[in-house]
Design a protein around this ligand. Sequence first.
Ligand SMILES: [Zn+2]
Length: 273
Amino acid sequence: MLQAPYPELDDLLEMMGEAGKRLSEIEASEGAAGNISICLRWPIELRTRFPVIDEIELPQPVPELAGATFLVSGSGRRLREIIDEPVASIGCLVVNEGGLTGKLFVSYQRRFERLTSEFNSHLAVHYDQMLSSGTNFHAIIHAQPPQLTYLSHIPRYQDEGYLNTHLLRWQPETIVNLPEGIGFVRFRVPSSPELMAGTLASLRQHRIVIWAKHGVMARSDVSVKRAVDRVEYAEAAAKYEYFNLCAGEIGEGLTVDEIRAICQTFNVQQSIF
Ligand SMILES: [Zn+2]
């Protein structure tokens, strides 16, 4: 939830650009992989930067979000290029009354035909979170961090308990920043209704979820960068786990007692250790 004064359109575009740049720096967004969206409920002026208006059908009805604005990366756009020319890569969707359709505001410089192909999952999670928490702001990113994604190919890491007890043991910050741990959705075809449903359910319990053999989705109701931070914390944990596998598993990791002591000191509620 954000308090007034709310960020303006240019601030939001800049934050999306910086998020895209950071995801590219950590090699979680090769080529046109990954996508970013935010949902906000305060009035915002779009026409100056995005004067062309299309009517589009929404992937699902979202009647309670009538009037809400979504800023969404375009299909096939590179996240690292948003920062240089945001209007070429981002579309702004305002939900119409009734929640079945929306007005898509785009620029004459747009370099995409449609919004990201994962918009069905983005919209479903935004809708669920906006309604359940009552927040006025929500950010979602999908990225493809290599170590997390690699571990999701190894059968024993496909168990959520095993995954979390092994990844959250390498740095004290990890449990503090991801107290609910990392969710896991088994392989589903990209853009499918099954991926959407699994993601929606997992992000009710977690702030970040692994899409097996594909990547991650992370959310935040504070900022786009906070969602990126979650990807970084999870990927750092996976990097240590990967190092440890390569080194023949000689690392000790934080012990359960050490992790519980960290949680007690920093008042972290968790049920993983
Ligand atoms: Zn992807």
